[in-house]
Design a protein around this ligand. Structure first.
Ligand code: ATP
Length: 269
């Protein structure tokens, strides 16, 4: 059960973002209700990280706006956004490798909000973490590091948690374990916007999914209502029956989590 409501907590309106000459986001608009989990899927370079980083204040849009609970925060500095309730788990974790687990978590408390997520609660969420709190982050496995990165973001007591490619570089079993925690966060009232290339994982946890293709949203809907063919089309920008690789076969192996008829069918087709 999630604590989702109809009230929009995070909204982006007509966002256009450039990296130099390259337009990374084109007129992107989404509205994420309180307690919902939205997933942004798309291929390499589609603009997913740019969207999260723009919401976190790390890129500046050339036009469009970002709103948190109705307040326009487009011009707000990143640190103030953390204090307002937006926390990012960046692609690649970005922990401080020479600091301990607990020191990394404490970094997350700095500048954050008051709220239910203290160290004890984070240690409860990740059962193994308390007894290894004195270990350096560099000594952890990739999955453990990802957990610490999530814990660090939670330590800021976010209203909105932005998760960038949690599955990157992790074994499927670890990915499933990490994703298995998200419903608990949603049930605790955390609103989540995640980006993922592992489509089946994203669709399994999301209440709403969006597909980005070359910076533009090409599909939005509830995972159960979206067909594999629609996703393939939105993901690759090809017409039904084709997949952009010219082979006529599903474009990706089912084991990769990338769009392919077999992989997505369990998510609602
Ligand atoms: P990936 O899964 O590979 O991270 P993505 O969907 O998150 O892809 P972005 O990282 O947002 O996509 O990149 C969108 C486009 O912007 C890509 O063409 C990328 O090369 C480009 N880009 C991203 N960051 C920068 C940057 N700092 N400077 C220049 N170009 C950038």
């Amino acid at each position: 059960m999630t604590a989702s409501s109809d009230r929009t907590l995070l909204e982006v309106r007509g966002l256009n973002v450039y990296h130099g000459q390259l337009q990374a986001l084109r007129d992107v608009s989404i509205a994420v209700p309180v307690g919902a989990t939205h997933a942004m899927i798309g291929a390499n370079g589609a603009g997913k990280s740019t969207l999260l980083r723009t919401i976190a204040g790390l890129h500046h849009p050339s036009s469009g706006s970002v709103l948190l609970d109705g307040q326009d925060i487009t011009g707000m500095r990143p640190a103030r956004r953390v204090a307002a309730g937006i926390a990012l788990v960046p692609e690649g974790r970005r922990l401080f490798p020479s600091l301990t687990v607990e020191e990394n978590l404490l970094v997350g408390t700095s500048g954050g909000r008051q709220g239910p997520w203290n160290l004890d609660r984070i240690y409860e969420l990740f059962g193994w973490m308390r007894e290894r709190r004195g270990q350096r982050a560099a000594q952890l496995s990739g999955g453990e590091q990802q957990a610490v990165a999530i814990g660090r973001a939670l330590a800021a007591n976010p209203r909105v948690l932005l998760l960038d490619e949690l599955s990157l570089g992790l074994a499927p079993v670890v990915v499933r374990r990490i994703y298995g925690l998200l419903p608990q966060l949603a049930a605790a009232g955390v609103t989540i916007l995640l980006v993922e290339q592992d489509v089946s994982q994203a669709l399994a946890v999301a209440s709403q999914a969006h597909c980005l293709l070359e910076g533009r949203i090409t599909l939005s809907g509830e995972p159960a209502a979206i067909t594999a063919a629609q996703i393939e089309r939105a993901y690759f920008g090809v017409t039904a029956g084709g997949n952009g690789n010219g082979s006529g076969a599903p474009a990706f192996d089912a084991g990769t989590g990338q769009p392919g008829a077999g992989q997505i069918s369990g998510a609602g087709t």
